[in-house]
Write a protein that binds this ligand. Sequence first.
Ligand SMILES: *[C@@H]1O[C@H](CO)[C@@H](O)[C@H](O)[C@H]1NC(C)=O
Ligand SMILES: *[C@@H]1O[C@H](CO)[C@@H](O)[C@H](O)[C@H]1NC(C)=O
Length: 401
Amino acid sequence: MASVLVQLVVPCICVTLASFCWTAHASDPDILFDYIVPQNTIISTLDGSFFTFTGMRGIFDSPTPPNVKGTQASMVEFPALNGQSVSMAVLQLAPGGINAPHSRPQATGCLFLVEGSLEVGFIDTTNKLYTQTLQAGDMFIFPKSLINYQYNANANKTAIAIAAFGSAKGGFVSIPATLFEDGIDDNILAKSLKTDVATIKQIKAGLASFCWMAKASDPDILFDFIVPANTNITELDGMFFTYTGMRGIFDSPTPPNYKGTQASLEEFPALNGQSVSIAVLQFSPCGINPPHTRPRSTGLLFVVEGCLEVGFVDTTNKLYTQSLQAGDMFVFPKGLIHYQYNANEKEPATAVAAFGSANSGSVSVPTTLFETGIDEEILAKAFKTDVATIEKIKAGLAPKS
Ligand SMILES: *[C@@H]1O[C@H](CO)[C@@H](O)[C@H](O)[C@H]1NC(C)=O
Ligand SMILES: *[C@@H]1O[C@H](CO)[C@@H](O)[C@H](O)[C@H]1NC(C)=O
């Protein structure tokens, strides 16, 4: 046990940064362990609650805060995210509310608008502005480090969005705060902005300080974003960074058993190289997402509606389980076998999952084992059973006509 403890508490400076390929297969750096626990943690006492974040409970039912409020679940609030290269935030914008120009130095943001409408935009390094008007269900990419904003132009309706980041700590640099609240000389600011010192002082007086943290880093691509071959860059606009395939998903009838709807590299090419993606998971009563792995990324699951029983098995074969309520989050470390199950016999459940990779992949354990032609004798030996039992399992998994 002592050696396990030593392995697991090695801080993140020991993480090996593998070389990063920015073309089709963007991959995030690996930690050398299943997860990283805070120092002095006694591993034998670790259970599912370490991998659970309850700080978002009730957030969708709470009254709209004035202007804008961002509630983060990064490794600061949720230490289990350390080394997992994924985090989330909920953004609430009151009617007329604005999330002033800012950048996230450590991560691309994938914004998923759950309610209302939103004007969004970012500026690339050629100073080209990309804008879009989002409806509920739309997603928009804000490439890493680029200055961006969100504005709720609707005078009557609150806008609510879930943002996924491909880093455990996306960082946050407010442009107004950076310029006007970090002690840059008034004269320099006045000259930079071609105005006078009185105007600068007036701006400073009006700003309230608003800043999150900035540290930890995922690998970089060498460009703001990657476009498909033969794209005419001059014609590129906000539409390329928008994914509309999720519109209406929260209003659609619950599919039988389980359905996962992905917005990854394949469905949403703008994610290429951005190390982030999202999926919506819908469970009918008693629906199950059977044991599977995500070979290329940790999953951060956010239960939006209903309850879910979840679990994963680490490489020491220890099972971590948790009963999640709406508003809870749970971490499934990269590559480990995990499942979700809606134990409720009457109510459906819905979750949004964020991944720290544009292409997290999914390997279903039942399918991989029993539906890919592995010799039945081999399976029978592996499971210490007989061929008839394997055939029975296979028949049960086969699509029903
Ligand atoms: C917002 O509410 C006002 C006053 O009730 C109304 O006049 C206006 O049409 C509404 N606007 C929208 C976009 O619904
Ligand atoms: C790219 O688009 C611009 C604007 O539509 C056009 O003027 C230009 O000729 C196009 N370039 C190529 C290589 O097609």
